[in-house]
Design a protein around this ligand. Structure first.
Ligand code: PGA
Length: 258
């Protein structure tokens, strides 16, 4: 069984004091739950300038909640104004990096070759990559969801060398479900998760252990159904991760399903 995970993607939200208050509330709230991070990993992904204060609020080196970055640049360093490297992220305690989120692809022009390089860089640095794949509504309606998702996944896998796959996480996020309130049905999500798991298993003997998260309008009210769907190993949560109670309820939903 792959590990179960819930990751909150805070996107471009929160000031430093707000982020610290949220991180503090989550650390305290999770402390009251019967929660084993080895069974259900929990992470939060604040914007770059908030990583250090959030790391401190989560408990520094003793934190049980993982610090996650929303993106990285695939270069080690150099003349890349505005970019942030994997080494810089690792140096402030980041453990996982989201790669190829659909907003990065659509708004910032990140393409599959860049995803390949970023995945490679993240895994090579010993961090874990949360690689996002997902089709648009037009692609789904044109019956192209499978092709699109698997070709994005192939670009991800090109960046994975051998046993580094043990640090890979895949997130299936149908673009039409992100921030829209329109969640994929368990049948729709389960079908795509099945394709992804199949491809991962044929890619490498450890591929069957790669967690595949669902993302797109995950809420406390739909997590139970999603988390009990075969092939869904957890959630990448946007909007609902900005509220302590709703994020804790989603974590609880995944704990109960595991
Ligand atoms: P959402 O975002 O939960 O607000 O739909 C999910 C994501 O973009 O990761």
């Amino acid at each position: 069984m792959p590990q179960r995970l819930v990751i909150g993607n805070w996107k471009l939200h929160l000031t430093a004091p707000e982020a610290v208050a949220l991180a503090d509330g989550l650390a305290k709230g999770l402390g009251t739950l019967d929660w084993d991070p080895a069974r259900v990993g929990v992470g939060v992904a604040p914007s770059f300038p908030l990583l250090v204060p959030v790391a401190q609020a989560l408990g520094g080196e003793d934190a049980r909640i993982d610090l996650v970055a929303q993106a990285c640049h695939p270069e080690h360093g150099g003349a890349f104004t505005g970019a942030v490297s994997v080494e810089q992220l690792a140096s402030v305690g980041v453990r996982r990096v989201i790669v190829g989120h659909s907003e990065r692809r659509r708004i910032f022009g990140v393409d599959d070759p860049q995803v390949t390089r970023a995945v490679h860089r993240v895994l090579d640095a010993g961090l874990s990559a949360v690689a996002c794949v997902g089709e648009t509504l037009a692609e789904r309606n044109a019956d192209r969801a499978r092709d699109v998702v698997l070709s994005q996944l192939d670009a991800v896998l090109q960046g994975v060398k051998g046993s580094a796959i043990e640090r890979l996480i895949v997130a299936y996020e149908p673009v039409w479900a992100i921030g829209t309130g329109q969640v994929a049905t368990p049948e729709q999500a389960g079908e795509v998760h099945g394709w992804i798991h199949e491809r991962l298993a044929s890619f490498h003997p450890s591929g069957s252990q790669v967690p595949v998260l669902y993302g797109g309008s995950v809420k406390p009210g739909n997590i139970a159904e999603l988390a009990t769907t075969p092939g869904i190993d957890g959630a990448l949560v946007g909007g609902a991760s900005l509220d302590t109670d709703s994020f804790l309820k989603i974590v609880q939903g995944v704990i109960h399903a595991s």
